[in-house]
Design a protein around this ligand. Structure first.
Ligand code: PLP
Length: 467
């Protein structure tokens, strides 16, 4: 096929590839050769267990022939059609996405190329629909790397690019109980009161900014890389009510939390909330092809019945990506992966809780479905994180290295370890893998390898033998 020996991949890449999110001189990529199920292999045939669904996106696992065949057949039949045309796969994929939205209420779908441009288009739709300018988002959020989505992003990835970003974004605080600014002296407050405090904070900001100037509140339904922050009971419903009160469009960014990840098609369903717009990507095709989407309520689409929607993308509704999405949704249904993630949710929570109880280096664990996090701390009392805000530390670098050396691929983010496996991992695999994360730090700051029980060893040997 492609004429390049395995040994030359890294050196040729070093010469010509420009890497995102990286200082170019320091990149040290894994040269991936193939992937199947929950595994991938590098060019030295080293096997990795994928415990992060690559970039939190391969929800159905790797190498699924049903999706691959659908893409091949679509490419052979019709590889591309212009944005103003339509195709069989466009009609079917739009319906398939509309059908899985909460109460099937978001009936119109605009396809994009990924998550960032889905959010960009959602912002434009909200601004056009309301005739207002401002967008409210949270500090602990990531919404994408294009100028508008980066402006919407609350985390430090935005700060580097300021002030050359989209104007009009105002940030507010997340209901993050473990490190809640408002509740340092009363941490035992009830969940209801806790939610209300953060809703009051949001409403106060709306008042200061002027409700008539705010087009949308956009938030990740469950925060992703910024901490798997699960909304406390009443919070999402409260945000919905605030949006209704002031005529503000509610945008749920489900790029990471959608497609079964939390045990529902979309995470907002846990709180029976119907947003006006849902943005999605990643699990929409399980990354077999690039695709994002903006699903909207009919009234939002109707605002553009006579007014032109001044935006577009050459590759909107790319047939090969849509074929991947349709087949992927089919696989999620066929394999009951939403139900499976829902069933695994309590199992993962129990495992993480046990781990947390056993290791003083764990400050808190949180999870919903197969979407989890371990917060590592130097001191449980002070909650001093194992790495400072927006930085790594020798301990965290060492933990990640230990995992990779041992063929476990997962993400660490600052002082946290993310648990975002493909939804096809079974009970035993999740159990063995969670227990193999070296969360106990030695005095020299190196992670202490977990001493596996014979049963765990047997399981790991079995898992590693799968090819
Ligand atoms: N929104 C969320 C919640 C994300 O996690 C991401 C990516 O990680 C994005 C948006 C941006 O998606 P993309 O990288 O496809 O542009």
């Amino acid at each position: 096929m492609l004429d390049l020996s395995d040994d030359e991949i890294l050196s040729l890449s070093k010469e010509h590839v420009f890497y995102t999110w990286s200082a170019q001189a320091r990149v040290n990529p894994i040269a991936v050769k193939r992937a199947q199920g929950v595994y991938f292999w590098d060019t030295n045939d080293k096997q990795f267990l994928d415990f992060n669904s690559m970039t939190m996106c391969v929800n159905i696992g790797h190498g699924d022939q049903r999706v691959i065949r659908a893409m091949q057949e679509q490419a052979a039949e019709l590889a591309y059609a212009a944005p103003g045309m339509t195709t069989k796969v466009r009609a079917l994929a739009s319906k398939a996405v509309a059908d899985i939205t909460p109460h099937q209420a978001l009936t119109k779908v605009l396809f994009t190329l990924g998550g960032a441009d889905a959010n960009e288009n959602a912002i434009k739709l909200a601004r056009g629909y309301t005739g207002r300018h401002k967008i409210l988002t949270r500090y602990r959020s990531y919404h994408g790397a294009t100028a508008g989505a980066m402006a919407a992003t609350g985390d430090p990835r935005r700060v580097v690019w300021e002030p050359n970003l989209m104007t009009g974004v105002v940030h507010f605080l997340d209901p993050y109980r473990y490190r809640s600014t408002f509740h340092r002296t009363n941490p035992d407050i009830s969940e209801k009161e806790f939610s209300q405090d953060y809703l009051n904070h949001l409403e106060e900001i709306i008042q200061y900014e002027g409700p008539d100037s705010i087009a949308a509140i956009m938030m990740e339904s469950v925060t992703g890389t910024n901490g798997i922050i699960i909304p406390p009971e009443g919070y999402m419903q409260g945000v919905r009510a605030v949006c209704d009160k002031y005529g503000i469009v509610m945008i749920a960014d489900e790029v990471m939390s959608g497609f079964g990840r939390t045990g529902k098609w979309f995470a907002v369903e846990h709180w029976d909330v119907v947003p006006d717009i849902i943005t999605m990507a990643k699990g929409l095709t399980s990354a077999y092809a690039p695709l994002g989407a903006v699903a909207m309520k009919p009234e939002i689409a109707a605002a553009f019945n006579e007014t032109v929607f001044e935006s577009g993308l050459t590759y909107t509704s790319h047939p090969v990506s849509l074929a991947a999405a349709l087949a992927n949704i089919g696989v999620i249904r066929e394999e009951k992966l939403v139900e499976r993630a829902a069933g695994m949710g309590p199992v993962l929570k129990r495992l993480l809780t046990d781990l947390g109880e056993a290791h003083p280096s764990i400050g808190e664990i949180r999870s919903i479905g197969l979407f989890g996090i371990i917060e590592l701390v130097k001191d449980r009392k002070t909650k001093e994180p194992m790495a400072p805000w927006n930085a790594s530390s020798p301990e965290m670098a060492s933990l990640r290295k230990h995992c990779l050396d041992n063929g476990l691929f997962l993400y660490t983010h600052w002082h946290t370890v993310l648990i975002i496996p493909p939804l096809i991992h079974d009970h035993d695999a999740i159990w063995a893998l969670v227990n193999s994360i070296p969360v106990e730090m030695r005095d020299d700051g190196k992670p202490r390898a977990h001493q596996m029980t014979p049963q765990e060893q047997q399981l790991m040997a079995f898992l590693n033998a799968q090819k």
